[in-house]
Design a protein. Structure first.
Length: 492
């Protein structure tokens, strides 16, 4: 996975800088609270939300267990409908396929639908290196691109920007990319939207090649589905002569009946809408309607490695709704850039280290970018137990152990900087397997409790800097139980 933001430090250092930015925190607080409150009201309208959530989870788990069969079914159906399927093992291969397909058309410009998969592989940069310019058409992605910025949210990539900042970006940058911003542009939403509409319209009408991802692929017919709120996706999917879709292999659903479940779960969890304003579906090519050539690039890029992890594979259920980001207290304060990936927030903290591995400093730090409060699990529409995976990945970072990388079974070495943690866990393991020693330690701790410090020394200072150490009771539980004979009384 090539989507690491170049030069990003580990999460703790990046987050420390982010929380000092009062404008950023204000923007994030306003946006996330607004979105999550609307989502809660939309979900509350359905009496069967829990059943829908369980259905989504089971459909995804079934599909992942039989992914090999459904991938072949997708390829056969797309090919039968007039499309061409390409297989990409990693980001480099996917980028080369897309660039080659664009070059074969003779075009040097493409328009893009918002796509996490193409951001993940760094497609825009790869195309630029081959002399091809990619234009983002989603409003938030346009803001990020014009501002030479990075996305900070799955659903709203420019969530860290306020209206005044967006106005300034449009005024200064639009002219370099095409039609300039209107004279006297203000920061009112209607004027900003109109400026973007005028700027993008000439791109839509001129472009011969469109690039998209997909929210879902229906295996039984080879149909791809994109849901969006602005209409730009519909323009990119229908006007160009050639359409190239880069889609992660986990985006498959077996049947149209299964798709119906997700078309209820996704809009309510993401935009708090009962249904998306634009739900675009296409199956191969049709004479006289839409693109004349359709190419589907099926992207692995670490997904089969993730699938091999019995605990971590549940991250592949993700439908990219971003509900977990909007309730996460860590994301709300640190923002998306601190995660060093196009996948920020709780889902990014478990997805990025699996797709990319935990070898880099930032990927080794991501499983710790959480308070383990569980709010992310409560709102996830496909019931991904993010806290469980976070703890699982923390164990991998500290202890190393078996894993799958690029299809090969390997033994990972423990990450640097966790020697004290490993020693503490081994000491705890020894104590819990020797009851006499544990009892003696508990009694010693109780008898010396007046001497205990309120904060930890050395490396432990970072933990106790914002917490009080738990007070040690006057006597251990075992001694209290024996003294009060609670066991005998309870038995009677």
């Amino acid at each position: 996975m090539s989507g690491t933001f170049v030069g990003m430090p580990s999460f703790p250092r990046a987050a420390r800088d982010a929380v000092r930015d009062t404008t950023l925190r204000g923007n994030l607080r306003h946006a996330t609270h607004t979105i999550r409150d609307k989502r809660a009201r939309a979900v509350a309208e359905l009496d069967d939300w829990a059943a829908l959530r369980e259905a989504g989870k089971r459909i995804k788990d079934h599909t992942l267990r039989h992914l090999d069969r459904y991938l072949v079914q997708v390829e056969e159906a797309v090919t039968a409908a007039g499309g061409t399927v390409h297989w990409a093992a990693d980001a480099e291969e996917a980028n080369d396929i897309v660039a080659r397909l664009v070059e074969e058309t003779g075009e040097r410009e493409v328009v893009k639908v918002k796509s996490m998969a193409t951001q993940e592989i760094g497609l825009n940069e790869a195309l630029e290196a081959r002399g091809i310019r990619a234009y983002e058409t989603d409003l938030a992605e346009l803001i990020v691109q014009l501002g030479k910025d990075r996305p900070s949210h799955i659903l709203v990539p420019a969530i860290h920007r306020n209206r005044g900042e967006i106005r300034d970006i449009f005024r200064s940058e639009m002219g370099e990319w095409g039609r300039p911003a209107p004279e006297g542009l203000t920061d009112t939403p209607a004027e900003l939207a109109e400026a973007a509409r005028l700027h993008l319209r000439e791109k839509f009408l001129r472009a011969k090649v469109g690039i998209s991802g997909a929210n879902f692929m229906v295996a039984e017919t080879g149909t791809l589905v994109v849901v969006e709120s602005e209409g730009n996706g519909r323009m990119c999917l229908t006007l160009p002569e050639t359409l190239i879709s880069v889609v992660g292999i986990e985006k498959i659903v077996p049947t149209w009946r299964d798709l119906e479940v997700f078309l209820q779960l996704l809009p309510r969890s993401s935009t708090a809408e009962r249904m998306n304003p634009y739900t675009s579906m296409w199956t191969g090519t049709t004479d006289g309607d839409g693109p004349r050539a359709f190419h589907l690039v099926l992207l692995d890029n670490g997904r089969t490695d993730t699938l091999a992890d019995e605990v971590g594979r549940q991250a592949l259920r993700c439908i990219r709704c971003s509900a977990c980001l909007n309730v996460c207290p860590v994301y709300e304060r640190a923002g998306g850039h601190a995660y060093g990936s196009v996948y920020p927030g709780p889902i990014g903290a478990i997805l990025s280290p699996q797709l990319r591995g935990t070898g880099s400093e930032i990927d080794a730090s991501l499983p710790y970018a959480s308070s383990l409060c569980g709010a992310c699990y409560e709102v996830c529409p496909v019931a991904i137990d993010i806290p469980e995976v976070l703890v699982h990945l923390r164990e991998r970072v500290v202890q190393g152990g078996p894993a799958v990388r690029k299809g090969n079974r390997v033994v990972l070495r423990p990450a640097k900087g966790h020697a004290a943690e490993r020693a503490a866990m081994r000491a705890a393991q020894w104590a819990f397997t020797h009851p006499a020693a544990l009892r003696a330690g508990q009694r010693l701790a109780s008898r010396t409790r007046r001497l205990h410090p309120r904060t930890l020394p050395g490396p432990g200072r970072a933990w106790s800097g914002s917490r009080d150490l738990p007070a040690v009771p006057a006597e251990p539980f075992r001694d209290w139980w024996q003294r009060t004979r609670g066991g005998e009384d309870g038995a009677k």
